[in-house]
Ligand binder design. Structure first.
Ligand code: UDP
Length: 476
């Protein structure tokens, strides 16, 4: 009788997201997913991030936010700067990270007083492992990467850290750059601790990572990965999609009416995520490349890129008269990316290969022009181009540890233009790539529907967690 009641009783989850859009947006979407299945979800965050979440996650009676103070003064950050998207230099990004790591005490205290059935935490929070063990509750780890990238990182760890050739995967992969040593060192304890969790949740669908990579991961690590995505597809209305993350610098209406006036597949979308900073010289090369390609575009640039700084009549980062001469829309600040990618006039996406951006493009059937910059993006590039054939490479070869660091080498306008033309000018190669991208979009949508691979994984995971709760000793 008791066991039956427990089976029917909703699970109680505590979610602990890391304060950067690429981590926070998908993890909170996953929180929404559990809540929409009737489970009780608490997202633990800090006051400014809670303000963002209040606007961006749909109000749901099964979701509540719990805030702990952000230790701004302790690390020397201005008040309310609590997210990596709110800073624009290396020093302050380290401070945000440092302050986030100081949240261990208040978060642990809250979780201990109000123990859940499961903790779902970003893998950056190493101490959650100990906390979950202490409370004898399962911990699910989340890192926002594709499983393909994780397999590649695990493989490099086993074989040779400083190599661009990745051995031991289902395919031989040669990256366009060698992972920086400092990055692999930083990742080492995170990946190790992740493997001690109950399982890894992945914002992807099995068909895109590939069964062969899921099997490879489980065989080589003995760890379980749960593909639950693409989570951007669980967004509901156009406005809800636009409200994910920060506040948009343009209205959805303005964006959509501009896009509605364009032919299908005729607009290039350019956005390098929330953390990549390009030098003015690099932006100038991009501007020249897109102008030379002759294609229409939406280009997302940082908010501070105004028109105040000019050299010989040109803006520091844009040729004189660029905006007047070209049929393009420049968005200074945050763009409603999922809405833009979902519009039929978008023909290709020039992307830094951040995993969320990648899986959002796949979900919309948009082929990609890959320009990886930092973190695990060079791995994602290979999944997009070599493994799945849904994009072409610009040929970037400089791997930064973090996106705020400026690259030493410029990617020249000619190779950018060439890559843009490969997809946007049409032709057999472009058609084939687009066709494959559209096939993956169909698979992505199917995956999240009832009976689809991600939906089945979600149901199986919930069952596992309920079983685990049933086994828990009564005195724990
Ligand atoms: N994003 C957005 N508008 C922007 C920039 C980013 O909506 O102007 C969203 C994007 O849709 C994605 C996330 O922010 O969900 C960025 O995550 P990703 O992993 O692609 O890159 P990161 O920012 O972590 O480098």
């Amino acid at each position: 009788m008791g066991a039956l009641n427990l089976e029917e009783c909703p699970l109680k989850f505590h979610f602990i997201p890391y304060p950067a859009p690429g981590h926070m947006i998908p993890l909170c979407d996953i929180a929404t997913l559990f809540a929409s299945c009737g489970h009780h979800v608490t997202i633990i965050t800090t006051p400014s991030n809670a303000q963002i979440l209040l606007k961006s996650i749909p109000s749901h009676h099964h979701i509540r936010l719990h805030t702990v103070p952000f230790p701004s003064c302790q690390v020397g950050l201005p008040l309310a700067v609590e997210n990596l998207a709110s800073v624009n230099n290396v020093e302050n990004s380290y401070k945000v990270h440092q302050a986030t790591m100081l949240l261990q005490l208040p978060i642990s205290q809250f979780v201990e007083q109000d123990a859940p059935d499961c903790i779902v935490a970003d893998f950056m929070f190493l101490w959650v492992d100990e906390l979950a063990n202490k409370l004898r509750v399962p911990r699910l780890a989340f890192n926002g990467f594709s499983l393909f990238a994780i397999c590649a990182m695990e493989s490099l760890k086993t074989h040779n850290y400083e190599s661009s050739v990745i051995k031991g995967l289902p395919q031989c992969i040669t990256l366009n750059a060698t992972p920086p040593k400092a990055l692999t060192k930083f990742m080492e304890p995170l990946l190790e601790t992740e493997l001690k969790s109950f399982g890894l949740i992945v914002n992807n669908f099995t068909e895109l990572d590939g069964e062969e990579y899921v099997e490879h991961y489980e065989k080589t690590t003995g760890h379980k990965a749960w593909h639950l995505g693409p989570v951007s597809l669980i967004c509901r209305t156009t406005q809800e999609k636009a409200d994910r993350g920060q506040t948009s610098a343009v209205s959805v209406h303005e964006c959509l009416s501009w896009l509605n006036s364009k032919q299908p597949n005729s607009v290039l979308y350019i956005c390098f995520g929330s953390l990549c900073h390009f030098s003015d010289k690099q932006l100038y090369e991009i501007a020249n490349a897109i102008e030379a390609s002759g294609h229409q575009f939406i280009w997302v640039v940082p908010e501070k890129k105004g028109q105040d700084e000019r050299i010989n009549g040109d803006e520091k980062w844009m040729p004189m008269g660029f905006e007047e001469r070209n049929a393009g829309m420049i968005i200074r600040g945050w763009a409603p990316q999922v809405v833009i990618l979902g519009h039929p006039s978008i023909g290709a996406f020039l992307t830094h290969c951040g995993w969320n951006s990648t899986v959002e493009a796949v979900s919309a059937g948009v082929p990609m022009i890959t320009w990886p910059v930092h973190d695990e993006q060079f791995y994602n590039e290979k999944l997009i181009t070599q493994v799945r054939g849904i994009g072409v490479e610009v040929g970037a070869e400089e791997w930064s540890i973090i996106g705020f660091m400026e690259r030493k080498k410029l990617v020249g306008r000619d190779i950018i233009e060439k890559a843009v033309r490969r997809l946007m000018d049409g032709g057999i190669e472009a058609d084939e790539i687009r066709h494959r991208a559209q096939e993956y979009a169909v698979k992505a949508k199917r995956a999240v529907q009832e009976g689809g691979s991600s939906h089945k994984n979600l149901m199986a995971l919930i069952e596992d967690l309920k079983r685990w709760r049933g086994y828990k000793p009564l005195d724990s």
